[in-house]
Write a protein that binds this ligand. Structure first.
Ligand SMILES: O=C(O)C1=C[C@@H](OP(=O)(O)O)[C@@H](O)[C@H](O)C1
Ligand SMILES: C=C(OP(=O)(O)O)C(=O)O
Length: 443
């Protein structure tokens, strides 16, 4: 569904200590994949803890359009009756993926090796984002792609009638590219190989194995070499979606910067390919305890105990970027409340997310009294232990920019507003009530 026309301004003000338990919704990456792999399986997949954010709801609708039967049984509880690998039907209408890069790119991969055609659109943010990074490797399987200038949406894909397997080295660290190629490889006879020089989130590999595909990962001089055997019969799986570490980052950050805070955040995924923010926060001196470390739904999880902390600036090395790619906006806020320089290296991919996240954070933070500089590939924040606030930040149809500035406002001297908080519903629909229940003054 495309983004609503009505902007929703929001304001956060200096709050008293945050206290209580923050029950974070399901992981967005795993939720998309649960629906897509459920749709590609024969039989019924039962999902619990599904994120009911707009991005994931748009993927559910798309899977229905390709022929899967999907039913919501209760809060976060869904069942999917799939059509099997190669069984997608041609959708009657256009597939609108709304604000979701993950949704559109993974679904393009999932249909590209089936002999049907589909046209994909999205909102103004998604329509600005590059799709060639996915359609270029998909063309190697034999599909035909037409796109708007700059390989942007709308994109039409005529799926390959006679797909060939592909060996592809990803040119940028991107789980979306890797996943699109692997999902296309499902319906290509033989072995499809993806090579990534830097590891990215591995949910597609883990879940494909869980659904019964033959998939291996080897670490070689070239990087991670992932080999998938095509034409498996995927078997439905119960999927228990762990809580999203990228969403958890917002209440965690709020507790770190609001004096006197102490919150618990249960059951958050600690998958090492998603863990970079938490590694960085510990280096900055954050008081975070990882309790009850265990496995849930095939993912390592822990309960987090987070207390307000005196933080110091650090350098985040480029090789850590992929494991915290969605967390740099909120890290740049936390860095303002630390003492000293925080340098974020190797972050050029932030420029092609829902917004140019380096520019959006730099502009909004400077307007609120921060010292920030950037290059094409890096961002530096000179922390002074606080923020003055008092300005409105533009969110550019980007949920993470909106939530980052609202968290900043909880500890700045003057309130901080955002021009439009409505995109928050794409990934964290309960953000406002959850934060308010902890004591955050946001409205
Ligand atoms: O595969 C995924 O679920 C995602 C991969 C990342 O994008 P890239 O692969 O483009 O880096 C991330 O930013 C996005 O929020 C979710
Ligand atoms: C980049 C993000 O999502 P997507 O690429 O799926 O739009 C995000 O959620 O921060």
């Amino acid at each position: 569904m495309s983004h609503s026309a009505e902007p929703l301004p929001m304001t956060a003000r200096r709050s008293g200590p945050l206290r209580g338990e923050a029950r974070i919704p399901g992981d967005k990456s795993i939720s998309h994949r649960a629906l897509i792999l459920g749709a590609l399986s024969v039989g019924e997949t039962h999902i619990t803890g599904l994120l009911e954010g707009q991005d994931v709801l748009d993927t559910a609708k798309a899977m229905q359009a390709f022929g899967a039967q999907i039913e919501r049984l209760g809060i976060g509880e869904w069942k999917v009756n799939g059509v099997g690998v190669g069984g997608f039907a041609e959708p009657e209408g256009v597939i609108d993926c709304g604000n979701s890069g993950t949704g559109v790119r993974l679904i393009m991969g999932a249909m590209a090796t089936t002999p049907i055609s589909a046209t994909f659109t999205g909102d103004a943010s998604l329509s600005r984002r590059p799709m060639g990074r996915v359609t270029d490797p998909l063309e190697l399987f034999g599909c035909e792609v037409t796109a708007r200038e700059g390989k942007r949406l709308p994109v039409t894909i005529k799926g390959a009638a006679d797909p060939v397997p592909v060996r592809y080295k990803t040119p940028v660290a991107s789980a979306q590219i890797k996943s699109a190629v692997l999902l296309a490889g499902l319906n290509a006879p033989g072995q499809t190989v993806v090579i990534e020089s830097e590891p990215t989130r591995d949910h597609t590999e883990r879940m494909l194995a869980g659904f019964g595909a033959t998939i291996t990962t080897e670490i070689t001089d070239e990087g991670r070499v992932i080999t998938l055997t095509g034409r498996p019969e995927l078997k439905p799986q119960p999927v228990a979606v762990p809580r999203d570490p990228s969403s958890a980052a917002f209440p965690v950050a709020a507790a770190l910067i609001v004096p006197g805070s102490e919150i618990r955040v249960p059951g958050v995924s600690r998958n090492p390919t998603r863990d970079g923010l938490y590694v960085t926060l510990v280096e900055m001196g954050a008081d975070i305890t990882f309790e009850n470390q265990r496995e849930e739904g095939g993912e390592p999880v822990a309960d987090l105990l987070v207390r307000h902390s005196a933080l110091k600036g650090v350098t985040v090395p480029a090789e850590r970027a992929a494991s915290m790619i969605d967390e740099f906006p909120i890290l740049s806020v936390i860095a303002c409340f630390a003492e000293g320089m925080t340098v974020m290296q190797g972050v050029h991919e932030l420029r092609v997310k829902e917004s140019d996240r380096i520019a959006a954070m730099e502009d909004g933070l400077i307007a609120n009294g921060a010292k920030v500089t950037s290059t094409e590939d890096s961002m530096t924040v000179e922390g002074t232990g606080g923020l003055t606030g008092g300005a409105t930040a533009a969110t550019h149809i980007d949920h993470r920019i909106a939530m980052s500035f609202l968290v900043a406002g909880l500890a700045s001297q003057q309130p901080i507003s955002v021009d439009d908080g409505s995109p928050i519903a794409t990934s964290f629909p309960d953000f406002l009530p959850l934060m308010q229940a902890l004591g955050a003054e946001i409205a």
